[in-house]
Design a protein around this ligand. Structure first.
Ligand code: GRF
Length: 209
């Protein structure tokens, strides 16, 4: 099944590039319908334009509430025919307006082994804590910050002389692979969400390929 992707970014867009490259080389059965940034100056918009992908800027500052911003996102994503949404360095927390419109069809890449170190400063927090292993997580998005069902995770060692920049670079290379692998598994229809109950959270079940 070809994934019809809408990709949301706020900046550099190297994870977006990893997706574009994987589609280009035939490693991922997906079409990127639109790339939307909440910042007009996001370098990722240039990457999308170079790949001839439609782009849009929807600036959160132009909306009076987070819900109104999300409603504009939903309208643009639906208008473009996006069916699965990838948050690829998108630095806004979504409201029920967006989560409800794309229930279990929004994924995020986060640069830590969740539930450790959610939020915008994962590497700083991991270094401050002194963990010896960090990594990255691809997960479905719910209304919390980096809390939804985990699709895939991969560990990356933290070295004694790491600073934020060195750790981020080592994790980023793994993010690119992990995100594409998770999307490929989804394109193959192997990923589903099993509802939770009183004792267990909702979780992802991935059938082997
Ligand atoms: C990545 O580290 C991602 O995990 C985090 O923000 C960063 C975005 O990088 N959510 P890029 O814009 O994909 O290069």
């Amino acid at each position: 099944m070809t994934l019809e992707l809408g990709i949301l970014i706020s900046g550099r867009g190297s994870n977006l590039q990893a997706i574009l490259d994987a589609v280009e080389r035939g490693a991922l059965d997906a079409r990127v319908r639109v790339v939307i940034s909440n910042r007009a100056d996001a370098p990722g918009l240039t990457r999308a334009a170079q790949a001839r992908i439609p782009t849009a800027t929807i600036a959160h500052r132009d909306y009076s509430s987070r819900e109104a911003f999300d409603a504009a996102l939903v309208e643009a994503l639906r208008g473009a025919g996006a069916e699965l949404i990838v948050l690829a360095g998108f630095m806004r927390v979504l409201t029920p307006v967006m989560i409800g419109a794309y229930h279990d069809r929004i994924i995020n890449i986060h640069p830590s082994l969740l539930p450790a170190f959610p939020g915008a400063h994962a590497h700083r927090d991991a270094l401050a804590y002194g963990v010896k292993v960090s990594g990255c997580t691809v997960h479905f998005v719910d209304e919390g910050t980096d809390t939804g069902p985990i699709i895939r995770q991969r560990a990356v060692p933290v070295l004694d002389d790491d600073d934020e920049e060195r750790l981020a670079a080592r994790v980023l290379a793994v993010e690119h692979a992990l995100l594409v692998e998770a999307l490929a598994a989804m394109a193959e229809g192997r990923v589903s969400v099993e509802p939770g109950d009183g004792d267990r959270r909702a979780r992802v079940v991935e059938r082997r390929g």
